[in-house]
Design a binder for this molecule. Structure first.
Ligand code: ATP
Ligand code: FE
Length: 338
């Protein structure tokens, strides 16, 4: 079976070819037009998707050595994401499926971030989690703790009541004058800083839910006050600020994961989504693994941020169950995991 995966939920246009369960190509076109704006500009994003989609699909087929006639199904991100961005990928997928008279498979982008853990590619086969496992899904738009019971059966047991972890990274980065997306830059600077140099407030939220908006606000006020005394405060303390902020966010994330593991008795933990690339989070996860005897999974490089390989693998699992949709399908910007 050969599947074409399409991802266009935010600001990356991506296409991937999966053949008999293995990823043959995963082409990602990043958009640079947003850098000057401190965030993704929806209208610019959908225009860039329109320019990128055909060349990206071409490259994915070329790299995989597959022609359009050899593709058996098209999987696309239906949501969640920016409506105008989703529209481009969805329309392309519908057109392609209709032209080639092949099945169309809709994919939930969040489910796909988690199923990225089941990818094998031409270079490697990886160690995949066993069911049931806990997933910490941390991205630009979501922070959730999920029990993954099967490829397509997931239960959300905790989630953010306001901002996502990636949003906290990006918004605090903006306060420090760093460009978008600030998460990876904070990660880089943090490696040179002292995580205990500054202390920031932590949310007091019951159960397994998260909250990050309070941290963002207290960080903003803290910086504002310090800059009043010393206009160069941020520049002079950049690495310590990044290290302390990252330490706080990672600690908030890990505390609830530990609680979830305790409450469910599940000892396999996978992290997924863009923030799973964070080195502080990965280190904390491995520490917890040693301490609590967990088996942990970190996504392979290239499969943690938005990509179409994760859409193709999810499409493959749905193909095996014949979960197809018709031409009347439409993007769903606020799609959730059940
Ligand atoms: P969603 O998947 O919820 O729809 P999204 O697709 O915008 O949101 P992703 O592409 O999965 O999100 O992740 C992007 C986020 O990951 C950004 O907020 C970015 O700052 C963050 N991020 C990426 N790398 C790192 C890193 N090394 N450390 C911290 N944050 C990171
Ligand atoms: Fe994403």
């Amino acid at each position: 079976i050969t599947i074409l995966g399409i991802e266009s939920s935010c600001d990356d246009t991506s296409a991937s070819i999966l053949k008999d369960g293995i990823i043959y190509s995963n082409i990602i076109a990043n958009q640079t037009v947003h850098m000057d704006y401190g965030g993704v500009v929806p209208e610019l994003a959908s225009r860039a998707h329109q320019q990128n989609i055909i060349p990206v699909v071409h490259q994915a087929m070329q790299k995989a050595g597959v022609t359009a006639d050899e593709i058996d199904a098209v999987a696309f991100t239906r949501g969640p994401g920016l409506l105008g961005s989703l529209m481009v990928g969805t329309s392309f997928a519908k057109g392609f499926a209709m032209a080639k008279n092949i099945p169309l498979i809709e994919v939930n982008h969040l489910q796909a971030h988690i199923l990225a853990h089941f990818i094998d590619d031409l270079k490697n086969t990886y160690d995949h989690p066993e069911f049931p496992f806990l997933a910490l899904l941390v991205s630009g738009g979501n922070s959730q703790i999920i029990i993954v019971k099967d490829h397509l059966e997931m239960e959300v047991i905790g989630e953010t009541i306001d901002d996502a972890a990636g949003e906290a990274f990006d918004k605090c980065a903006k306060v420090m004058g760093l460009p978008y997306p600030g998460g990876p830059i904070i990660d880089r600077n943090a490696k040179q800083g002292n995580p205990h140099a500054f202390e920031f407030s932590r949310p007091k939220i019951q159960g397994l839910d998260y909250s990050f908006s309070g941290l963002k606000t207290s960080f903003l006020y803290f910086i504002r006050d310090k800059v009043k005394e010393n206009p160069n405060f941020v520049q002079e303390n950049m690495n310590d600020l990044c290290a302390s902020l990252q330490y706080t966010i990672v600690d908030i994330l890990m505390n609830k994961v530990k609680r979830a593991a305790r409450e469910t008795g599940i000892k396999q933990v996978a992290i997924a989504g863009g923030v799973s690339a964070n080195s502080g989070l990965q280190n904390a996860l491995h520490e917890a693994a040693d301490k609590f005897n967990w088996k942990v999974y970190v996504p392979q490089l290239g499969y943690s941020l938005d990509n179409a390989a994760m859409i193709a693998i999810t499409g493959y699992f749905k193909y095996l169950k014949k979960e197809f949709v018709g031409q009347d399908t439409a993007p769903f910007a606020r799609m959730t995991i059940k």
